[in-house]
Design a binder for this molecule. Structure first.
Ligand SMILES: Cc1cc2nc3c(=O)[nH]c(=O)nc-3n(C[C@H](O)[C@H](O)[C@H](O)COP(=O)(O)O)c2cc1C
Length: 216
């Protein structure tokens, strides 16, 4: 058994997404102590920003005519795709940055999608997966910045609808409470959101470990 785990926090030492990912992984490890974990940290080891265009243009070019950069990008896409294809379950830990998707995750996603097994075929369809995402603020209905979180919906769209993963989502808002004094009024609410997210992470980890459908 193999779990693939991707992390995207730029501040791993204090990372809330990593902490929730650790809970999911712990449940997996308890059920599958012999399991391997394939780790991909797209913030510590970013996919080069030029790799995607090189892989796309290389795909339009006969193999014998591809530039060294195009061949290298294609090889990296294959390595990244192998990690997904060879895993039994997938875990993605991705924070919100600048009201949008982590650039590191997007760059990774775009490149891995150039591999024909990921972009063209239904290779990942039905694979159990968990998305952990964390938001510094709170964008729930009725909040002043409702609608400003342009990350979670896109992440769910591409993982669940484009790749067809059997996806569960663990989302924790208000991780900046306790960091930004302007949010001190929300201390109690944030503590509740944190423990709720931890419970969802435990449940999600158990489901992943059982390779059970998100809907069951
Ligand atoms: C450069 C930067 C930009 C951020 N932008 C946003 C943002 O637009 N909205 C938000 O709610 N939180 C934002 N945050 C807060 C992060 O989402 C929050 O700190 C989160 O917990 C980071 O993930 P991590 O704890 O796993 O590192 C930002 C944080 C950093 C460092």
């Amino acid at each position: 058994m193999t779990l693939f785990r991707l992390d995207a926090s730029i501040m791993p030492a204090t990372s809330a997404s990593r902490a929730l990912g650790d809970i999911v992984e712990q449940e997996w490890a308890t059920a599958h102590p012999e399991s391997a974990v394939t780790r991909r940290d797209v913030a510590a080891d970013p996919v080069p920003a030029t790799a995607w265009q090189n892989a796309v243009l290389g795909g339009f070019t006969p193999e014998a005519d591809r530039s060294p950069a195009q061949l290298e990008a294609g090889a990296l896409a294959k390595t990244l795709a192998d990690e997904l294809v060879n895993a039994d379950a997938l875990l993605f830990d991705v924070p919100l940055y600048n009201f949008g998707v982590s650039q590191h995750f997007k760059t990774w996603y775009d490149l891995v999608l150039t591999d024909p097994r990921i972009g063209g075929a239904a290779e990942l369809k039905g694979k159990p997966a968990t998305l952990v995402t964390v938001l510094g603020g709170n964008y729930d209905d009725g909040t002043p910045k409702e609608g400003w979180n342009h990350s979670t919906a896109w992440l769910v769209r591409v993982l669940q609808d484009v790749w067809g993963l059997d996806l569960r989502v663990v989302e924790r808002s208000f991780t900046l409470v306790g960091v930004d004094p302007a949010l001190n009024d929300f201390t109690e609410m944030a503590a509740g959101l944190k423990s709720d997210a931890e419970e969802v992470a435990r449940k999600s980890g158990r489901e992943l470990a059982e390779l059970r459908g998100a809907a069951s």
